[in-house]
Design a protein around this ligand. Structure first.
Ligand SMILES: [Fe+2]
Length: 287
């Protein structure tokens, strides 16, 4: 089957047809998908009917998979699947419960010692209103800074911790969303360059989250918060975004080295949402 790629009209995002996620990708298919991922940052595979085991088998050739740290959100019998949504024993949601657009932008596992290189979400159930995933291109965000701003950002080290996320969820009235049962300690602060160079493309990208990034090394909290909030607002303007309106059977694979993402709110009293994530470990130093 021929692989067809249709860009979605933004800086990032393309629809890929002609690939069945039921099949483990062969070498040629893997090379093609890696090339498209480099080019578009987020690849949408519509109309897939796959089992959790098939999602894991399809994801594995892209790199070593994480067994998600949060034990109570693992799919039973398939520890590589992280269940996001409100259908399980506990709600796992990173979208603001108050319906605001104060989104929780992040790259997966940026607060851990080994972040995620790429992630794949597969949609089992989705609300008819809200519950989208928004992606933003951090090449574009970096390129839009002035040369002086780029130089300043490149000189900085950002601090990341799940404590920032927990604080945010508490203020939004979410309970327990980031306080699950974890396989390893989560309360550490990790340091990454604020600007990273993509190891495959050589392009520079901002590496920053809106809540999980809690500070700048050597700066006081207020100065860092003001700087980070301004940077994120400019990094996630609509022209750098693609917002995916999910349908059951959609899978999206994205490159956490280049793309930030965030969930949009939905009414959990009306709608069910269930997404299955596989998470591919970073295998390169963050420079
Ligand atoms: Fe995420």
């Amino acid at each position: 089957m021929t692989i067809e790629c249709t860009p979605l009209g933004n800086r990032i995002g393309a629809v890929v047809r002609g690939v069945s996620l039921k099949d483990v990708p062969d070498g040629e298919t893997l090379d093609t998908l890696e090339t498209l991922l480099e080019e578009w940052g987020a690849l949408v595979f519509p109309d897939q009917e796959i089992t959790p085991a098939e999602q894991v088998a399809f994801s594995r050739p892209f790199g070593p998979l994480e067994e998600t740290a949060r034990i109570d959100a693992r799919l039973e019998g398939q520890p590589e699947i992280f269940v996001v949504g409100n259908t399980g024993k506990r709600i796992v949601s990173f979208a603001p419960a108050d319906g605001s657009d104060d989104l929780e932008w992040h790259a997966d596992h940026m607060h851990l010692k080994v972040p995620a290189r790429a992630s794949m979400l597969y949609c089992k159930e989705t609300p008819s209103v809200g519950g989208e995933t928004v992606f933003a291109c951090m090449y574009s965000a970096y390129d839009a800074l002035s040369p002086e701003e780029q130089a300043q950002a490149e000189s900085l080290t950002a601090l990341h911790s799940v404590s920032g996320l927990q604080k945010y969820l508490k203020t939004k009235g979410e309970k327990g969303a980031a306080e699950g049962e974890y396989a390893s300690p989560q309360q550490l602060t990790v340091r990454w360059p604020l600007v990273r160079t993509h190891p495959l493309t050589g392009r520079k990208a901002l590496y920053v989250g809106s809540k999980v990034t809690i500070g700048i090394e050597g700066w006081d909290e207020d100065r860092a918060r003001a700087y980070l909030d301004d940077l994120l607002a400019r990094a996630t303007v609509p022209e750098f975004r693609y917002s995916h309106p999910w349908k059951p059977g959609d899978a999206v694979l994205w490159d956490n080295r280049r793309v930030l993402h965030a969930g949009t709110p939905f009414d959990g009293s009306l709608y069910r949402r269930e997404m299955h994530r596989t998470t591919i470990r970073e295998d390169q130093p963050i420079l």
